[in-house]
Design a protein around this ligand. Sequence first.
Ligand SMILES: [Fe+2]
Length: 410
Amino acid sequence: MKSVALDQKFWKHFAKNIWEKQALALKNVKSGLLEMSAAEIFDLLVLYSDRCRKLNDPEGFKFYIDGFKAGPEDVLQVLPEKSDKSLLGYHQRMEAEFSDYCLVCDELLQVNLKKQHLLTDFTDELYRHVGFPNRFSEMGLYLGNYRQTPFGVHVDSCGVFSFPVVGTKNFRLWPAGYGEKHPALDRAFKYDKYKKDSVVIKAGPGDMVYWPSSAWHIAESDGSFSATWSLGVWVNQPHKEMFTDSLKDILSTKLGAKGDLPTTKFKSLHNKSGEVSELPQAYQDSLRTLQNLTSEELQEAFLKSWMKHISLQGFKTVPGVRLKLSYKSKIKLRSDRSLILWQQGVIKKNTYYFSFGGVLVESNSFPLLKLVQALNDRKAFVVGEFLKGKTAQADLKSLQTLADAGALSL
Ligand SMILES: [Fe+2]
């Protein structure tokens, strides 16, 4: 294994030669993600588990016993507790009960503002070099004494970055297309006869392993305890899907109620010879709507979809917050790094669009724009300083929508 700092030179090399092409293993990587200690991770887990217990909902956690997924009520019983004192303490409690268990916690870092930047520092650089994901990235923590990935050998539609925190992990990888050629390997736990075509990458705390979305893989261990961060960057949404989805949105708005009709009226389906030569009226009307779309309308619609997409910051979701705003609330951005995105209407210049966490707010209020700009300048202030007069009530409602999406803190 080579030792490389994750600097610009590394990322350039990565984007050109490694990304979606081949696996990579690095020793002693310098990254904020790896600076997080096992003790800090344990505290985060307990915090998140406490929240789940309070809400009586283990959303975000998955638990596997001997490769079988446990139901939600059972998951609540096996989450880390403060009295475990450490990851190892938790493991000892679990090990006494389960000879093969795996706890997965998705999005542990995203729910924790103080540590979130450790993840976004990494993903920001990644996206800058390989592009913003059309789908999203997901960061999960995997821990347990499981000897193999609970669902066997598989291939995902995501490239994976893996960072072991405790213990040693062995990642067994097969080349692209291998599982398709050898269907018996799919979901297999026994694969001796295919081992000769695989490589095993051994990684421990401080190391980073990457494999492309095409690699068939399984994690193996000797049954001792391990904890690993795994960042999956999904690559199964091609540009054409993004583009046609945006176009679909514009068209469904433009077609209005006519777009909802479940049947199509026609004069004749075909002539005597079977020739089809005429479009039904509904098609002719919709075609005219399509032809009449101006380049400004298209520009605005695509810009809006793009802004909404990037306001999720490359993740599946941005955790919302419960925050009831009033004119007296003193607010600031929830995170200095996560601005509320905005744009001016292309067609109507006094229309503004604001976006955070995948929600989009439309407004023609200049005071609201000023307020958002002040927030993005990292200022803290009382809502009423900006929102006054007759637009104040509507503006407060728009601001509340952005607050619900997680944009603000008090
Ligand atoms: Fe996987």
